[in-house]
Design a protein around this ligand. Sequence first.
Ligand code: BEZ
Ligand code: FE
Length: 309
Amino acid sequence: MLEDLLRTSSVGGLMDKLAGLDRPGGNPRLKQIVLRIVGDLFSTIEEFDATPAEFWSAVAYLTEVGQTNEGGLLAAGLGFEHFLDLRFDEKERQAGLTGGTPRTIEGPLWIADAPMEKGSARLDQDPELGEVLFMHGQVRDTDANPVPHAIVDVWHANTKGGYSVFDTSQSPFNLRRQIETDAEGRYRLRTILPSGYGCPPDGPTQKLLTAIGRHGNRPAHIHFFVSAPGYRKLTTQINIAGDAYLHDDFAFATRDELIPGVVRNADPETMRVNGLNSPFTEIGFDFAIHRETDAVPDTVIVRAHAKAA
Ligand code: BEZ
Ligand code: FE
């Protein structure tokens, strides 16, 4: 029945018309993409004998995704964002680009124009009882040469898993900074250990995940864009080892090379030297970035972002 109906001239004619193939004008590539996507959805409706009520509930669902601005969340949860990473990886492999810090998804929670600091920065500006984290490292190229004056744009969640701007209880650039590396490519930051992000429990993304037996949690992580003139922009994250969701990220972003060692320091003298009176955590992590090349598509990804008010 499936093949039969889809092969009839009435459905074939309908598809040509809905994709604009029966007339000039418009974007030819887009016409083919619309034809493919709608055709695949027609096949899905046929294969599962979807009822009109099921179809209209899907339309209502997509409307809700738009109204709640959860498109980026759903794209990550359904693996699209990780799939795009895998495509980049494969194109680089085919072009012979090896080494370098692995990329992983940006996610929907970056905000432009975080305050810029030279060499080192403190990210936590809102008072919060979190464990202090010191993180430091070097930006190098894939031949291990330091990259001076690279920009390390870093952002992460607070101890409740919330991101400033999206969580309006935080000040706009809390836990967000851009750090310019020093003459040896080094950066240093002080912040608090984040908690993992969880999808809004009443939102459409979580609704779908629950309906297919999945959770909507991410392990604790810290995001980075690392860029410098003449180099390919790196989008990546580190995960905090020990998190229950470390290898069960709803957004599929964990990569083994992105789980650095975590040193917990509770020695009173070391705490004192660092100006603290409670234990703290330290992470060392170096970034290796590729030189620009025409052999593979640019890694600067154009997408819509929320803005700090
Ligand atoms: C995040 O980075 O926290 C994130 C990534 C994908 C979807 C939702 C959140
Ligand atoms: Fe995140």
